[in-house]
Design a protein around this ligand. Structure first.
Ligand code: HEM
Length: 397
């Protein structure tokens, strides 16, 4: 599941898989034997099934039982794992409840002025050029600056953050591993700083929860901050970049959106469904035999739920391979489903709305600078572009 064909066009791969077996055995990256759930109904059931665990100990046991190369397990056994996306209830409930309030629609709206001003500044900076890489000039820095605002990362430190997030986006395991200790060290420093000088930001509130009543252990505090960075950055980068590319590849849909901006919220949902940033949800592990679509998955099995595939299932969405910004999209799984449903969804939507509005207002004549087939997609769990070369305005303007 990381062949060049799959990376370029996962939809073709999943269409075949869904047709033959919506619950199938496969070999994942690193030689891990796993089960892939690709049908919509099956994916929705699996995402809400408590017999599919995210507990770290269950995960280690299951991975060891399904992989030949120990080195890959070592890569998995990194620090920074004690967060909500690696937990089952009751730990999951406790960890999630500590950040929940910061991500409601209302709380996210408070970040709107910051998101708008960051967006405006990036769009201004781009104006000096006729051509640019939209991924690096806009889609990458926007969510990173928003996360710094949310967490309370001081301005002078943002470059260090950016360095690390850049390493992650490179998809180069060695660069990621090399940058991880520095990030961990920095996060610990930042936590100490917030302890000494609390401010009105999410990290200060988490530090408060840790020291005031011990609802959060020191490792959980750092791991939660790390999770918010990882979960909140790359996903949003790809929604903005791949979303814009998708609109440019469907000029008639883009023109409708330009004519009627009231269509934007629906268009963002359709972009999430059609080309959502998360190809497969994070792995789950069966704690007992689980039967799905008549297939029995044995205990201690890794399970990958293909959100990208479920969102293109014709049984759920009419003509699912067609982009239609006015179609009903309720029930799409781009943000997951069940207890791990994306806690940052309101913020991601807000960022996408502001980003697309800004791009369409300022650069209405934007064009792709390469042939559609030359767009380079990244390997891994995200459906994301490696770059997005565009012309901002027609030559001579
Ligand atoms: C377009 C942008 C985004 C997409 C497509 C997205 C997608 C997802 C998905 C699919 C999951 C569930 C993963 C699973 O079940 O394995 C998830 C969980 C999560 N997301 Fe997002 N996400 C986005 C933006 C954000 C943002 C902006 C934040 C926060 C700043 C965030 C924080 C989280 C967290 C903390 C979880 C774990 C929730 C839990 O375990 O209960 N996400 N996201």
């Amino acid at each position: 599941m990381d062949s060049p064909e799959y990376v370029r066009d996962p939809h073709a791969f999943f269409t075949r898989l869904r047709f033959h077996s919506p619950v199938a055995q496969a070999v994942g990256p690193g030689g891990l034997k796993l089960w892939v759930v690709s049908g919509y109904d099956e994916a929705r059931l699996a995402l809400a099934d408590p017999r599919l665990s995210k507990n770290v100990d269950v995960a280690r046991r299951s991975i060891l039982a399904n992989i030949n190369r120990k080195a890959d397990v070592m890569a998995f056994a990194v620090d920074l794992v004690s967060h909500m996306l690696n937990s089952d209830p009751p730990d999951h409930t406790r960890l999630r409840s500590l950040v929940n309030k910061a991500f409601t629609v209302r709380a996210s709206e408070k970040l709107r002025p910051a998101v708008e001003s960051i967006t405006r500044k990036l769009l201004d900076d781009m104006a000096a050029h006729t051509e640019t890489d939209l991924l690096h000039a806009f889609a990458h820095p926007l969510p990173m600056a928003v996360l710094c605002e949310l967490l309370g990362v001081p301005l002078p430190d943002r470059e260090r953050f950016d360095h690390w997030l850049g390493a992650r986006m490179s998809n180069d395991p060695q660069r990621i591993a090399a940058a991880a200790p520095a990030l961990l060290g920095y996060l610990r420093e930042l936590v100490d700083h917030k302890r000494r000088a609390p401010a009105d930001d999410l990290l200060s509130r988490l530090v408060q929860a840790q020291s005031a009543d011990g609802r959060l252990s020191p490792e959980e505090l750092v791991a939660t901050t790390f999770l918010l960075l990882v979960a909140g950055h790359e996903t949003t980068v790809h929604l903005i970049a791949a979303g814009m590319a998708t609109l440019l590849l469907h000029p008639e849909q883009l023109a409708r959106l330009q004519r009627d901006r009231g269509l934007l919220p629906g268009a963002v949902e359709e972009l999430l469904r059609y080309e959502g940033p998360v190809k497969t949800a994070t792995l789950r592990f069966t704690t007992e035999p689980v039967e799905l679509a008549g297939t029995r998955i044995p205990p201690n099995s890794p399970v990958a739920i293909a959100l990208t595939s479920a969102n293109r299932d014709d049984k759920q969405f009419d003509a699912a391979d067609t982009l239609d910004i006015t179609r009903p999209t309720a029930g799409h799984l781009a943000f997951g489903h069940g207890i791990h449903y994306c806690v940052g969804a309101p913020l991601a939507r807000l960022e996408a709305h502001v980003a697309f509005t800004g791009l369409l207002d300022r650069y209405p004549d934007m064009q792709l600078l390469c042939a559609p087939g030359d767009l380079v997609w990244q390997p891994g769990m995200f459906r994301g572009l490696a770059s997005l070369p565009i012309r901002l305005r027609p030559p001579g303007h």
